[in-house]
Ligand binder design. Structure first.
Ligand code: ADP
Ligand code: CDP
Length: 222
C-alpha cells in the first residue's frame, strides 16, 4: 500500500514546514489540509456568507471548487481556478477559519477531497492538519502528533509574520488569536484536535527543524 504519513498538531507546532520537508525527502506528495479549510473560509467571506451561521455555511459549502496541488516542491491552492495561497494566510481568514471548520458538512466535503488527493498520489503522501490520524487516514503508515509549548509556537508564528513584513499590532492580534483558535479546534464536536492513540508524540519545543524532520523521516523508513 502507498505510504501515508499523518501529521497533526496545534498551530505553530511545525506541521507544514516539517511535513513538506519530509515529503520532499521521501519523494511523497504533500497536503496542507489547513489550506483547504482556509480556502473554504476565504470563499465564504468573498461571497458574503455569514461565517458565524453554521446553517448558511453548510448550505454554501458545496459550491466552491477547491483544488490542492500536492507537489512538495511547490504546493498550490486554488478556489474556482483562482490562486488564493496569499489571501488565505491573512488575518480575516485566520480569524474565521475555526468557525467554518467546525461545520460538519464542510468537513465531510473536504475530507472527501483529501482522501482523493491521497488516492492519486503516486508514491504516497504526507498530510498535515488536525484530524489526519484520527479521522481522515485511520490506517496511515505513520501517525505523528507534533506539539510545542504555547510560547514556542507563538514566537515562531510571530517571527514568520515579522519576516513577511506584517506590522506589530497585527502580530500581537494574531498571537492572541492562536490560543483562541487552538481552544476552538480542540473543543469542537466534530473531529476535534486530538492525539490518535497510535500516534507518536513529538515535542518540537527544544528541537531544531532538522532534528524533527530526521526523526519523522526515520519513523517512516522503519
Ligand atoms: P504549523 O503548520 O503547525 O502551523 P509551521 O510549519 O507553519 O507550523 O511552523 C511555524 C514556524 O515555526 C515556521 O516558520 C517554522 O520554520 C518554525 N519551526 C517549526 N519547527 C521548528 C523547530 N523545531 N524549531 C524552530 N522553528 C521551527
Ligand atoms: O497554519 P496554522 O497551523 O495556524 O493553521 P492551519 O493548519 O492552516 O489550519 C487552519 C484552521 O483550519 C485550523 O485552526 C482548524 O480550525 C482548521 N483545520 C481543521 O479543522 N482540520 C484540519 N485537518 C486542518 C485545519
Amino acid at each position: 500500500a502507498p505510504v501515508v504519513v499523518a501529521i497533526d498538531g496545534p498551530s505553530g507546532s511545525g506541521k507544514s514546514t516539517v511535513s513538506r520537508a519530509v515529503a520532499a525527502r521521501l519523494g511523497l506528495s504533500f497536503l496542507d489540509t489547513g489550506a483547504m479549510y482556509r480556502a473554504m473560509t476565504w470563499w465564504m467571506l468573498a461571497n458574503d456568507v455569514d461565517v458565524n451561521d453554521p446553517e448558511a455555511v453548510a448550505i454554501a459549502c458545496g459550491k466552491p471548487v477547491i483544488v490542492s496541488g500536492t507537489d512538495a516542491d511547490g504546493p498550490t491552492i486554488t478556489v474556482d481556478g483562482q490562486d488564493v495561497s496569499g489571501p488565505i494566510r491573512g488575518p480575516e481568514v485566520t480569524a474565521h477559519v475555526s468557525a467554518v471548520a467546525a461545520v460538519p458538512q464542510v468537513r465531510t466535503r473536504l475530507v472527501e477531497l483529501q482522501r482523493g488527493c491521497a488516492e492519486v498520489a503516486e508514491r504516497g503522501i504526507a498530510a498535515e492538519g488536525r484530524d489526519m490520524g484520527s479521522v481522515v487516514f485511520p490506517d496511515a503508515t505513520v501517525k505523528i502528533f507534533l506539539t510545542a509549548s504555547e510560547t514556542a509556537r507563538a514566537e515562531r508564528r510571530a517571527a514568520e509574520l515579522r519576516a513577511k513584513g506584517v506590522d506589530e499590532a497585527t502580530i500581537t492580534a494574531m498571537a492572541a488569536d492562536l490560543a483562541r483558535r487552538d481552544a476552538a479546534d480542540s473543543s469542537r464536536e466534530t473531529a476535534p484536535l486530538t492525539q490518535a492513540p497510535d500516534a507518536v508524540l513529538v515535542d518540537t519545543s527544544e528541537l531544531t527543524l532538522d532534528q524533527v524532520i530526521d526523526r519523522i523521516a526515520s519513523l517512516v523508513e522503519e
